[in-house]
Structure formats: C-alpha cells, structure tokens
Ligand binder design. Structure first.
Ligand code: PLP
Ligand code: SF4
Length: 443
C-alpha cells in the first residue's frame, strides 16, 4: 500500500494517530497503571525520581510495559525509578529531606547526590572537544579519527529516559553539564579540514526528538558542503522503540524519511543506529512497520544495546533479540557494558558474567547476527572488549582488547588483566602477571 503523500511505500497501518505524550515526575500520580503497585513502592518512586531523571512516553506505558509483571517487567525497570536504584544512604538522605518538606533543601540534596554519581564518566566534558582556528567546539566530540560526534542543541533530550542512562546528567537541567552544539555551520567547516573523518554521528539525547525541519537544517547543510571524504551519516536514536510513530504517523514522519532518502541519493550511507533493550520491542508491530519504512529509504539499521541486570542479563534474551533484529533486516552492532555512572550499582553486570552472556548468546545465532561485538566498555582510552577468561602460567586472567582506541595502534592488541569475578569496569581491573600498568597506561 502506498501512502498518498509519501515518497516511500508505507505498510498498511492502524487508522488511529497517536499523539506523543510524555510523563515526567510530576505526572507520576496520574499514571493509572501505577495504581496496581503497593503504595509504598509508589512513594519510593517519588523519592528516587527527585534524584534521577524520569520521563516515559505513552507508547512505552501502554504498549511495551507488561503491567501484569510490574515491577519485575523489563520495560517497567527500564522506565520507572525503584528504590534500589539509589544506594541506601542516598535514598535515606532524600527521603528524610522530602519528609522535612523544604523544597530548597530537597533541591540541594538532589544536587549533592547527583554529584556523587559520577555525572560525566570518561571525561566527556573536558576531553575530545575538537578545536577549529583555536576555538573549542563544545557541541562536538572527536575521539576516534574516523568519527565525529555532533550534539545538536535541540536533540539533547529523549522521548523517554532510560533509568540506566549514562547521559542522565544532561536531563536534569544542570546548565554546566550539558554538551550541545548551537551551530551547525562549524561542523562542515571542521570536516573540510579533517580528511581523516569519514563518519558524522548525530547523537544526544536523541536527535530524532527534533522536528524533521530542524534536523534537516543540519544534514542538508552537510550534504550541500559536498565533502567527499564524508561517507556516512549516522543517527543514534531510541525513537524506534520509544516512539515508532516518529516514522509512521507524526506530521513530519514522511519528511523525515525523505531526508533519509536525500542522504542516500547524495551517495552517502545513512546509518541508523538503533538502541534496543529487549526482543519485545523489536517484534512489536508498530516497531516492525517503522523498521520497514526506514529500510525502504535505503538506510541501514544497526543495533546497539546495553547489558542490564534486571532487564536483559540472560543469553536467551540476547540471542532472541539478535535473531529478531536480523529477521527484520537490522544489523546487530554492539553489546555495551553499563558505564560507571548513575545507577551502575543496580544495572551493572560483572565483566565475567557479561562475557558469559555474550558468548552464550553468540553461540546460538547464525553468522548474520555475529556482526555484533562485545561486551564492550566505552572507556576514556577506547572501546574495550572482554574476549574471554584464560589460564596462563597458572594465573587466571581476562583477555581484553580495544576495538576502538584513542591511539589507533592499540586496536586488536590482546592484553591481560587479573581475573576478578566481581569487576565491572576498567578501573577495577589490575594488570596480570604482577605488572605495574597496562600497556596503554605507560607514562
Ligand atoms: C563508539 C564511538 C564512536 C564510533 O565508533 P565505531 O566503532 O566506529 O562505531 C565514535 N566516537 C565515540 C566517542 C564512541 O564512543
Ligand atoms: S535513549 Fe539513550 S540518551 Fe536517551 S535516556 Fe535512553 S540511554 Fe539515555
């Protein structure tokens, strides 16, 4: 079936046109479905939501969460704050402040706790900011030679907020912590003098919360600049699962797909980097229709997902998710380990277990899904992959390698760390064989 005003084929679609409706902390009291939960759980939610950002879309609440299983449902855990997402001392501090009832105190306590949650892991603010004609370009990051990250100002929020999010600090309205570009013109100027860059990644937040017209201003300018060495434009987004109507029925959905087509027609690759958490979202009929429409434009969808305790820490979930993705024509790309920020203590999975889950899932899928890499840790030095656990000269070790690195020559150089069944991040790992430092930490 063809939509009368679309330039791409539209699979037949339900007649009702849903309107995007975000729910934030102040709306917690009017989400009907929450009334199923015990009063104490709802009260705890109010306490946690004072510290960690909360936002859910009507699609997630009505379609993705299985309320019969809440609070254990994976999409419930992904969206809604629960008590254990704060450490007990932080929780008690906020609960006590709320009880005393001074909003000035509540705000001060929230701020103090957040600052103890490592709001900017891997030095996102100070490092990797590119410079053009001696001026720093604050809305961009250039860490790996081939890829520049661009944070359009209007895309620094999301349709819904993941409770594990490593960009959470951007959503709490702390002006100092936001990273965003005000100007799109400088991007093309920067690329012109950086022939090593083949990819620009639009990210956020979520660039697809922007109106198509706004996103098009950035992208059309890039296309018009006609930069030969720019081969791929990537868009990192969760709109596919948090608001698939962005590609179906939103007033500018068709314009968005036409923008994707323009990128492809200009001879560039449009890489749609879709964030998934669970197979349930991949197989949802609206997500399926959205995937079909995006792929019709000539864009390719690659998928990336964080490994999360309470949500997807099971090899069967991952193999099913990758199979469903391949079946829909999506390309599995990364499995990430959650960063050392925010509620990591709640969602984090030990590296030893992360490897077991990755291996267990990878062993169950066809080669078409083995494009995926992981488990990967995005550290200040690069993307580290846990390759496995070995026994070498009587010592149990993790074998690791960089799949992306600040120094290209570090990539695919296996190295070893002392095995530690509880370690969750690079800073908890020690070099194996009694060595002082890892090779990349040499002074
Ligand atoms: C992951 C990442 C990229 C892209 O790396 P690819 O391996 O090309 O997907 C670029 N910049 C930063 C900062 C990243 O974390
Ligand atoms: S979609 Fe991405 S940036 Fe947005 S809240 Fe989730 S993890 Fe964070």
């Amino acid at each position: 079936m063809r939509h009368p005003c679309a330039s791409v084929a539209v699979p037949s679609y339900a007649p009702s046109v849903p309107i995007y409706q975000p729910y934030t902390r102040r709306d917690l009291g009017r989400i009907q479905q929450l009334r199923r939960l015990p009063a104490a759980a709802r009260q705890e939610m109010e306490v946690v939501a004072r510290v960690l950002p909360f936002r859910a879309s009507n699609f997630v609440i009505e379609e993705l969460i299985d309320w019969r299983k809440a609070p254990d449902d994976p999409y419930f855990r992904l969206m809604f704050p629960v008590r254990d997402m704060l450490r007990p001392a932080h929780y008690e501090r906020m609960a006590a402040a709320l009880k005393r009832g001074s909003s000035v105190e509540v705000d001060a306590v929230a701020k103090a706790i957040r600052s103890e949650l490592n709001p900017h892991p891997a030095g996102q603010l100070e490092r990797n900011v590119p410079v053009l004609k001696d001026s720093p370009l604050p809305g961009m990051q250039h860490k790996y030679p081939e890829t520049v990250l661009f944070f359009p100002t209007q895309g620094q929020t999301c349709h819904a907020y993941c409770s594990f999010c490593f960009r959470w600090a951007q959503f709490i309205g702390d002006g100092n912590l936001r990273i965003a570009a005000r100007e799109g013109a400088i991007l093309a100027d920067y690329l012109r003098v950086h022939p090593e860059v083949s990819d620009v990644l639009f990210t956020g937040g979520d660039p697809l919360v922007m109106k198509t017209q706004t996103l098009a201003t950035y992208i059309d300018r890039l296309l018009a600049a006609d930069i030969d060495h720019l081969s791929s434009i990537r868009i990192g987004t969760k709109a596919l699962t948090f608001w698939p109507h962005r590609f179906l029925t939103d007033p500018d959905a068709d314009d968005l797909l036409r923008l994707f087509e323009r990128v492809v027609k200009a001879g560039k690759h449009l890489a749609f980097m879709a964030h998934f958490n669970h197979p349930r979202a991949v197989s949802h009929p609206m997500v399926q229709r959205a995937i079909a429409r995006i792929r019709e434009t000539g864009a390719e969808i690659r998928t990336q997902s964080p490994l999360l305790a309470h949500i997807n820490d099971d090899p069967g979930i991952w193999s099913e998710m990758w199979r469903e993705q391949v079946k829909s024509g999506c390309i599995p790309y990364y499995m990430f380990v959650v960063r050392d920020t925010g509620a990591q203590h709640y969602f984090g999975v030990p590296l030893s277990r992360a490897h077991e889950i990755f291996q267990g899932a990878y062993q169950q899928v066809s080669g078409l899904a083995r494009t995926v890499r992981g488990p990967s840790l995005s550290t200040a030095q690069g993307k580290l992959q846990v390759m496995g656990v070995n026994e070498i000269e009587g010592e149990r070790v993790f074998t690791l390698q960089f799949i992306q690195a600040r120094q290209p020559e570090w990539v695919l150089q296996p190295f070893f760390a002392r095995y530690d069944p509880e370690a969750r991040w690079l800073d908890e790992l020690r070099p194996a064989f009694g060595e002082e430092r890892f090779f990349f930490d040499q002074p």
